[in-house]
Design a protein around this ligand. Structure first.
Ligand code: TNX
Length: 545
């Protein structure tokens, strides 16, 4: 009897010590959930004996379950199998759809000693719950992890939470793009704005115009540094086949990320002009550009053939990208060629376009072109996004504006009734430096967008009238790659600034707190390290200048 009592006491002590040594989950992740309420219950001991249950027959939820299983294994070494169920039983992790929840992308995680439930109104909401759950787990190789009993609730402030990637100035392979998507998923983002065409290259296979990729996909060499007179003379390029694009679109969709392709027009078109010189005003010859900046040669507006070309390209783009939005650029289109081109001038006169005090006839010609494209896409159930220059071209408010030359154009656009995505150069150009002391940094575009500046950015200007506020539908950071040549450099520029952006996208302003964010950041960085991603370590400790 006495011996049994001693054995029991020893067993109890062993159990308590094991529990004390078991690493704990911490729900204060990035982006911070809206609420974390403790529940009076014991911890859930995750140890690999449990299953991940999902509703039988639901493919999206099945994929969610498989992704959660993979994340848990990658972060903790614990392997959990998945199981389709009609109704789950106790002891497991259950992924559940709950139609009574408010927001399509909101989530609710309930942890009790005997169960974990991850709920969302849609599979996307469940996916964000999964992200919060996996980010709360410690990183390492464990026998078990203890999850405190709690209810954790989160819901994003903005429906459009974007990152942009320029794959033109430098070209990045399928695997790199997929990893970029993985990084976005970890940060709760849902729109990838993929810049695919520009003066320095055409990166998307178009079957009707094969020379676009074959000829336009390659430049003879690249300038060294910031547009120095020295060119490296090394042929550079590449493009994505339609098969590869479909694969990437699917990979992103599996992670609830919509890819918005950008076909920049009528400017930033020298690569296309090189392939098909008749699309330009002078007829060329042109050469895929090996310098950075704004080029005077753009699409000719006087030829019907140009308009047909654009529609044909967009037809193929629409078959590849299910996104409602197609980005048609519209930025940095100098009008010097149009001013001198008899065909463009003829078009202006045929259309009866007359310049006004603040809008030239050529600006209005760009407006006419954009409106045609807008009408064409809307006939196919799509909408356009364009850079804020479009506000100077008299276009319909159904065009969504991406505000890059500051937040002011976006505010103006919202007042005019346009939906707006805020991605101002300051502080959301991630191709800019992250510190003012740049001597020890990889070459960047310029500027200085520190982690704190990103964190402090508020997408809805305080002075914006109430009616215009609802037009600010989202926030995005841009990564132009003139000076970014390889994947580690991509990651270095975006990490950890994407973490700060995630809180801008998810949290309401009153819930933001930079010091608290900094205290939560090292754990997220542990996850970056687990995946071998490059990041700017100094941003974690350095005082903002
Ligand atoms: C401006 S943002 C551009 C890009 C450059 C970028 C460099 C925009 C619409 N145009 O073509 O790559 O600056 O930061």
């Amino acid at each position: 009897m006495k011996r049994l009592a001693i054995i029991l006491i020893i067993a109890a002590i062993a159990e308590i010590t094991a529990l004390a040594q078991t690493p704990q989950a911490d729900y204060r992740v990035i982006p911070l959930p809206d609420r974390i309420d403790g529940i009076k219950d014991n911890v859930f001991r995750l140890n690999g004996s449990q299953l991940i249950d999902y509703p039988k027959g639901n493919r999206d939820m099945e994929r969610n379950a498989l992704l959660l299983s993979r994340y848990i294994e990658e972060q903790t070494g614990l392997h959990l199998s998945t199981r389709p169920v009609i109704k789950g039983d106790a002891g497991n992790i259950s992924l559940v759809l709950d139609a009574t929840m408010d927001n399509d992308e909101g989530y609710r995680i309930t942890v009790r000693s005997k169960s974990i439930e991850v709920c969302g109104k849609t599979p996307a909401g469940v996916f964000y719950g999964i992200q919060t759950l996996r980010k709360s787990l410690p990183v390492g190789c464990f026998e078990a992890v203890a999850l405190p009993a709690a209810q954790v609730v989160g819901c994003p402030q903005f429906g459009y939470r974007g990152m942009h990637l320029d794959c033109v100035r430098h070209f990045f392979g399928v695997e790199t793009v997929k990893r970029y998507i993985d990084i976005m998923a970890l940060h709760g983002m849902n729109r990838l704005h993929w810049h695919l065409t520009d003066d320095q290259g055409w990166r998307i296979e178009i079957k009707k115009y094969p020379r676009l990729a074959e000829v336009g996909g390659w430049r003879k060499g690249t300038t060294l540094g910031h547009n120095s007179p020295v060119n490296d003379g090394i042929r550079y390029g590449g493009y994505y086949t339609q098969e590869e694009i479909r694969d990437i679109v699917r990979y992103a969709a599996d992670r609830y990320i919509t890819i918005i392709p950008e076909i920049d027009m009528p400017g930033h078109m020298v690569a296309a002009l090189t392939a098909y010189p008749e699309l330009g005003c002078t007829g060329g010859p042109y050469e895929v550009w090996g310098m950075w900046g704004v080029h005077d040669d753009i699409l000719c507006m006087g030829k019907d053939h140009t308009l047909q070309f654009v529609q044909d390209v967009l037809d193929e783009v629409m078959t590849l990208f299910p996104s409602r939005y197609i980005h048609i650029g519209g930025d940095e289109a100098p009008r010097v060629r149009w001013e001198q081109c008899p065909l463009c001038q003829q078009r202006i006169s045929d259309l009866g376009i007359h310049g006004t005090d603040n809008k030239s006839a050529e600006a209005l010609l760009q407006g006419w072109f954009t409106t045609r494209i807008q009408d064409y896409l809307s006939k196919h159930g799509r909408s356009i996004i364009g850079w804020d220059e479009l506000l100077g071209c008299d276009i319909a408010p159904s065009a969504t504006i991406m505000s890059w030359r500051g937040a002011e154009p976006g505010a103006e656009g919202a007042k005019l009734g346009h939906d707006v995505i805020m991605s101002p150069v300051g502080p959301l150009y991630f191709d800019y430096y992250q510190t003012s002391s740049t001597w020890n940094e990889p070459t960047a575009f310029g500027g200085c967008n520190t982690l704190k500046k990103v964190y402090d950015f508020e997408p809805i200007p305080t002075e914006l009238p109430e009616a215009a506020r609802r037009h600010i539908i989202g926030v995005q950071a841009n990564l132009w790659t003139e000076y970014i040549t390889c994947e580690p450099q991509i990651q270095y520029q975006v990490l950890p600034r994407m973490a700060a952006l995630a809180e801008v996208q998810w949290l309401r302003p009153a819930d933001k707190d930079y010091d608290d964010f900094l205290a939560r950041l090292p754990h997220l960085v542990d996850i970056y390290k687990r995946y071998g991603w490059t990041y700017r370590a100094k941003s974690l400790t350095e005082k903002d200048e």
